[in-house]
Design a protein around this ligand. Sequence first.
Ligand SMILES: N[C@@H]1[C@@H](O)[C@H](O)[C@@H](COP(=O)(O)O)O[C@@H]1O
Length: 264
Amino acid sequence: MQIVILNNSDDVASYGANIFIQQLRRKPSSVLGLATGSTPLALYRLLIGANQVGDVSFAQATSFNLDEYLGLDGQHKQSYRYFMDQQLFDHIDIDKQRTFVPPGDASDPIEACERYERQIAQAGGIDIQLLGIGRNGHIGFNEPSSGLMSRTRVKTLTKATIEDNARFFSADEYQPHLSITMGIGTILDAKKVLLLATGANKAAAIKATVEGALSASCPASALQLHRNAMLVLDEAAASQLDDCDFYKHIEAENQKLQARLAKG
Ligand SMILES: N[C@@H]1[C@@H](O)[C@H](O)[C@@H](COP(=O)(O)O)O[C@@H]1O
């Protein structure tokens, strides 16, 4: 895992946005894996800005979102489809027909999960997968105990995740307890994985992800198996890491090497 520790959440968003912009410039037809939650919001705003001034185009890109609440259709204001339309898709030049979010209103969710996997494969696989992380180490809606080789499927949310996400729902609003999520195996198949974490409330999950054992108890620890996984953290999210200075040293050396290679 490559661990990048930056001063604050703004720096995390611009670092992440730049990786997406470089990816799209290198391969305009990239298949992007996208995430919801509050963490990627600032990154999405930067991508919208870059798209609107012509620095990057999504016209040939395809996207697949990690997850969706089961029981909400895409018009529902708390659905992840609605979130993605509002926060990104409606403001960039992506072809909406090529933006995929698991269908929360599927009449046959099991078949819908299998279809989602086929759609990802038909698109050629995910080039770069963006991830946030839950306080309990979940990625997508792969809660603790999720199989490390799992594929897209229906998952039950933990009490902690339901409570964390309750802030998006009004008191009298139905909050689903089930989801459709890409599996950990699906995520690990992405060519590159970019996990963003900001704030002290993610520090324990980041500690377990980076320095804990590979374990279904912390689903994000599965990224230890990935060949090209990058974690971009602010100081607060990195605050429980024992080897912070070492990770900063490696990153400084990486930057020097990149600069030398760029000079030729
Ligand atoms: N399914 C999403 C995850 O994909 C996200 O990473 C997590 C953290 O969200 P936040 O970034 O708001 O902390 O929330 C939800 O549970």
